[in-house]
Design a protein around this ligand. Structure first.
Ligand SMILES: Nc1ncnc2c1ncn2[C@@H]1O[C@H](COP(=O)(O)OP(=O)(O)OP(=O)(O)O)[C@@H](O)[C@H]1O
Ligand SMILES: [Mg+2]
Length: 150
């Protein structure tokens, strides 16, 4: 696991911006961390780096999913906190994400529907700031994260 200290919201956003540059069609990023850990902030950094700093990136707390069209792929931003069951993922377009990029808050709610090949990001509180851990699953993610810094 690669760990970083995120002193403030801007640092969480910047980690997202750096991760955005690694993303390719087919990627799955699981964003772990409790309420308020910074999952949406990190997602906002990713989306704004791909689409522009003016883009609105609302939390998908109630819609459960927001989609964005980027130059190379469709980006799906899920928040599964309020999902009723794993079966409900299908209605959200879960299967269609395979050709795009999925960012998933509360990924533990997806149970066995989580792909094995993925990047896990673990966010947690650390004083007034946050800490982040990047955990690659699969050879390709290991290679891509080699030497990662931001
Ligand atoms: N590194 C940081 N240090 C301090 N505050 C931060 C940091 N990163 C994000 N925050 C703040 O934490 C709050 C919650 O952030 P955010 O909405 O991204 O959390 P979340 O993990 O998506 O929460 P939820 O589980 O409710 O969706 C926001 O006010 C945000 O500005
Ligand atoms: Mg959130």
């Amino acid at each position: 696991m690669i760990e970083f200290d995120l002193a403030d919201e801007a640092a969480t956003h910047a980690l997202g911006a750096a991760l955005a540059k690694l993303l390719r069609a087919g990627d799955f990023v699981a964003l772990y961390g409790g309420l308020g850990a910074g999952k949406t902030t990190l997602s906002r950094g990713i989306v704004r780096t791909l689409l522009g700093p003016e883009v609105e990136v609302p939390s998908p707390t109630y819609t459960l999913v927001q989609t964005y069209e980027t130059a190379g792929f469709t980006l799906w931003h899920f928040d599964l906190y309020r999902i009723e069951s794993v079966d409900a993922l299908v209605e959200l377009g879960w299967q269609e994400t395979a050709g795009g990029v999925a960012l998933v808050e509360w990924p533990e709610r997806a149970g066995g529907a989580l792909p094995a090949w993925r990047l896990d990001v673990r966010l947690g509180e650390d004083g007034t700031g946050r800490k982040a851990g990047l955990e690659p699953h699969g050879e390709d993610w290991h290679k891509r994260l080699h030497g990662f810094a931001f």
